[in-house]
Design a protein around this ligand. Structure first.
Ligand code: ADP
Ligand code: MG
Length: 643
């Protein structure tokens, strides 16, 4: 963390801890306490929404599970505070795993519906399970004792503040680690995640479980804070508010989560009081105006981009003076503000300010905070693959049927170790389908596939990737919002053994693995000539560089077999030359390559063997010169394109 940031945090938290000393009104103490508790929920929700890109409308339900776990344990068993908190985290995490199950099958609006149903079911269960929860009557609690000392309002506030800080640190560390990268990779490209050995299935569940753990912690604190819980609290409105808070504050940001929490707690109060509302809306308008002016002067944004936020906030301020009372307008204004933010500030308030003031996004990753010049030297990016001769991959009688279409029809393929094996054929002949079958994206309708002596059929993509097959995609599949280095480090995910504890506490194992992976990642970027662009977001790289980055990421898996699907497509002539030299170097390190390519000069100059597909059938095979002269090949393919 940068010094200036650390200072901001230290001052912020000192202020937080001193708050109940300066302000003794219990109303305000309770208000801030609620904000902190919501912030803990939002830290967790942001993992699911901001990082993995899934929608969850089930988090109010999880919050309720946490609250009731604590409530029931305290009233039924007289559990002490620490036991109640830990149990709430554990039980809610289990519910989080349940909530993850639908996320494995559906996404988008369907997932939103299913998670919403989950929340409703939790609410109904709480209502119906009278014997535990006292049903609609709710449960009454008192502020708990901690280690024999009865906490008062203020001391409980401090407890919440400390847990907020701890949660912040832990969430932050998780998200900056290989786990956070795995979550973010899911959002960027699930297919590519799986093919980099990062199981989408597993990490979706992890994300929901960790997220639920925080909701559980917050829920249990909420039960003590309110001293009364009833099923009505954990309703549709709350769950929508949570989601809006993450989006409004700004996803993928801890400050955004805290801001979002403050907004959803304070905004309804604010809208109760017209005088206060006037002050705040004028203040907000001035703030937006200032941000916009600075942004425009720094050439970071245009007048056009800033017009709507500025006009909107000024209009809101105007409206506040025109209104005499708020009561009739409360809900409408609340709704309009929400809509406004969601439509026009898609990156939330934090994103808006960052963008307008040209604050470079802070390093979001432990890799980026390592200074590469101090890293242990990695003499070579590629570790040499196991030597040996003979067959590495064999496919026999592979049939891949899509409805009536046989995309692959009885194809045999044998790839020898250490060779570059070309796969050519006209568009739609089944080349990419072959790669998808080899990497477990499709399960072949019939046929056998053997890699290094083991069958590939029926295994998951991530399992196949970890066994030594890496690939690139015909349509580049990078993790767009992640930097070049982070992309490569997703490929290095397999080099991490660290668990949640190692990451949260920054234990030596994690530090060592992180340092090594960062060095490897930088070395791989250097290998493909992208070291200077290591901290650039992948989506901002030129197309040719994106293709090279994809190759570097694939190499990070330490593959025995590398599948390249039209790597030269869209590249300029000098880039293609460079690409050829990379592929040669890759082979020199003992990596076997299957190369799909339309550029005949590339294929003919590099490949040891070439197989030709046409309409899903292999029509020719052999050394390049022989294939090039083959009648059938000329007729099907070369005659048209290579002339
Ligand atoms: P190539 O890479 O050789 O250009 P592909 O392997 O992408 O060809 O496609 C081979 C054939 O299989 C095409 O006719 C394509 O439309 C079809 N195909 C590929 N994937 C699917 C799919 N998921 N569903 C249906 N048809 C598919
Ligand atoms: Mg293709």
């Amino acid at each position: 963390m940068k010094r200036s940031h650390l200072l901001v945090y230290v001052v912020g938290f000192a202020a937080l801890l001193l708050f109940p000393v300066g302000i003794t009104n219990p109303y305000y103490i309770h208000l801030l306490e609620t904000i902190m508790i919501y912030a803990i929920v939002l830290f967790g929700l942001d993992i699911v929404v901001g990082y993995t890109g899934q929608v969850s409308l089930g988090h109010a339900g999880l919050f309720g599970v946490g609250a009731y776990t604590a409530g029931v344990l305290v009233t039924k068993l007289g559990a002490p505070l620490l036991v109640a908190l830990v149990a709430a985290v554990g039980v809610t995490a289990i519910f989080g795993a349940l909530l993850a199950l639908p996320a494995l099958r559906v996404t988008g609006p369907y997932l939103a519906m299913v998670t919403l149903a989950f929340g409703t079911i939790v609410q109904i269960l709480i209502n119906e399970m009278d014997f535990l929860t006292s049903g609609p009557m709710g449960i009454k609690l008192t502020k708990p004792p901690l280690l024999g000392h009865q906490l008062d309002e203020r001391e409980f506030f401090w407890l919440v503040a400390v847990l907020l800080i701890l949660s912040l640190v832990v969430v932050h560390r998780i998200l900056r680690s290989h786990l956070g990268r795995a979550f973010e990779a899911l959002r960027g490209s699930p297919v590519a995640s799986d093919c980099m050995g990062v199981s989408v299935y597993r990490y979706k569940v992890y994300a929901f479980v960790i997220s639920a753990g925080f909701a559980g912690l917050a829920g249990s604190l909420y039960a003590y804070s309110e001293q009364y819980i009833s099923p009505n609290t954990y309703n549709f409105e709350l769950t929508v508010l949570f989601l809006l808070a993450v989006i409004m504050g700004g996803r993928k940001s801890r400050i955004g989560a805290m801001l979002g929490a403050a907004i959803i707690v304070l905004l309804p109060k604010l809208l109760d009081d017209v005088v206060l509302f006037r002050y705040v809306s004028v203040g907000l308008a001035l703030l937006v105006l200032a941000t916009a002016l600075i942004g425009i002067r720094k050439d970071r944004t245009t007048v056009k981009q800033m017009a709507i936020p500025v006009v909107g906030s000024v209009a809101l301020a105007g409206l506040s003076f025109w209104l005499q009372t708020m009561t009739d307008w409360r809900l409408s204004i609340f709704g309009v503000i929400m809509l406004f933010v969601v439509y026009y500030l898609q990156d939330g308030i934090v994103g808006f300010v960052r963008n307008a003031l040209n604050l470079r996004t802070r390093p979001t990753d432990d890799a980026e905070s390592e200074d590469a010049s101090h890293l242990p030297a990695v003499s070579d990016a590629l570790s040499t693959a196991k030597a040996g001769a003979g067959e590495l991959l064999s496919a026999t009688g592979v049939l891949m049927q899509f409805g009536g279409l046989k995309a692959l029809n009885n194809v045999d393929l044998s790839v020898r170790r250490g060779t570059i094996h070309g796969l050519i054929g006209p568009n739609g002949s089944g080349k990419s389908t072959m790669m998808n079958v080899l990497t477990g994206i499709y399960v072949p309708t019939a046929g056998a596939l053997t890699f290094a002596g083991k069958s590939l059929v029926g295994r998951t993509s991530s399992d196949i990737a970890l066994s030594g097959i890496a690939r690139t995609f015909q349509n580049v599949q990078l993790f767009g919002e992640m930097t070049a280095l982070q992309n490569v480090m997703v490929g290095l995910h397999h080099t991490f053994d660290s668990n949640l504890l190692d990451v949260s506490l920054h234990l030596p194992r994690y530090k060592r693995e992180n340092l090594q992976a960062t060095a490897r990642g930088m070395a791989l970027l250097k290998f493909v000539g992208l070291a200077a662009l290591a901290h650039e977001e992948a989506r901002n790289l030129p197309y040719g560089k994106q293709r090279l980055l994809e190759i570097a990421r694939a190499l990070a898996l330490d593959p025995q077999l590398l599948l390249l699907d039209e790597p030269a497509a869209g590249l300029t002539a000098p880039d293609i030359k460079e690409l050829i030299s990379f592929i040669r170097k890759i082979r020199e390190h003992g990596v076997t390559v299957i190369l799909i390519e339309h550029h005949m000069d590339v294929v003919m100059s590099m490949c040891d063997t070439v197989s030709v597909l046409d309409f899903g059938q292999k029509i020719a095979e052999g050394d390049p010169a022989k294939v090039q002269a083959d009648e059938k090949v000329i007729e099907a393919y070369l005659g048209g394109t290579a002339a």
